[in-house]
Design a binder for this molecule. Sequence first.
Ligand code: COA
Length: 380
Amino acid sequence: MADIAAAKKPIAGLQGVVVADSEISYVDGQAGKLVYRGYSIEDLAANSTFEETTKLLLDGALPSRSELDQFEAELSGARVLDSEIIDLIRAYPTDAQPMAVLRTAVSALGLFDPDSEDIGPDATRRKAIRLVAKFPVIVAAFERHRNGHDPIDPRDDLAHAANFLYMLTGSDPDPEDARVMDVCLILHAEHGMNASTFSARVTAATLSDIHSAVTSAIGTLKGALHGGANQEVMKMLLEIDQRGIEPADFVRAMLDRKERVMGFGHRVYKTMDPRAPILRRFSRDLTARAGQQKWFTISEQILETMAAEKGIDPNVDFFSASTYHALGIPADLFTPIFAISRVSGWSTHVEAQYRHNRLIRPRANYVGPRDLTYVPIEKR
Ligand code: COA
């Protein structure tokens, strides 16, 4: 075979490179559409639940009532963490970054999973369900630990989103809050060949196990240019408020310094990210209900300035920041919430990768020196 890499220039950021066929989701960047398994994100946000959407992603079709009941029971039955994992979380530094905690705890889950090294389809599905079930329990347990409290045991009578909110505080969540969280989880569950999903697939393609693949994905989601953007948005809103600066002036100064305004822009969407208007409504309604309209107002002014100055639209992270803040969630849990949701998509992609596997192994265009002769250390 010809040596393709030797003749080719690298494609920066792999932009536009297609690495797999996929039946899982479709991101139409020109039209601003996102479709999971044929269903638009707007339709799923209006009518589905996170559990049903996860089942849809994993199986490729909407479940029947009995299939969904069974799936929900499997998920709620898999929530409890082994005492060893709770002990590990209790040993983590209380000032640890929650995504680093999640990455470490999920890696540790693999050590205790009965199917740990089995990468067959049945074992992988069992592990996927356990991972989806346990993510919120880990995040809530660490939130309790760092505030000096014992973790709150998950309840199996609450839905996934409601149980997460319950485990943060110990109180039954307001039904409206629980539904907002449920929809936020639907919106973040899957998004084509994004960076963290690609990480998961690269790891799975070596025939490594799903815990390893999902751990790779968490590390990738953590960065500020991917899932980490939502907490950076909140930092920006807080800074604008604390310094009493006009949002438009703040944004213009950032752009003058050639800085990125977090929560804006997207590699694929060249128009509005279809998840942003749904989150914008949540932000508007929840901040009003909490008497914290200022976060929505500041967000709107940032949005208008970005549109006028750069013509760049908000992405999923922008209005999720003020939405989660109005729910009383600390900013550094915003990205873990993204992970709580996206583990559904990652798991689906890991299964798909195993089904049609080929090692993912690109090339680099070598531009370094050649033909050097080794110089003994005492002569350098
Ligand atoms: N703030 C300011 N300018 C931005 C911007 C942002 N958030 N996003 C893109 N741009 C500008 C770039 O400066 C560049 O302008 P230029 O051509 O004048 O230099 C142009 O838009 C294209 O940006 P580029 O970096 O090539 O796009 P990308 O596809 O590599 O990057 C992101 C995509 C998401 C990494 C980028 O938009 C970004 O950094 N956004 C902020 C982080 C974020 O919200 N991430 C979450 C994504 S869901």
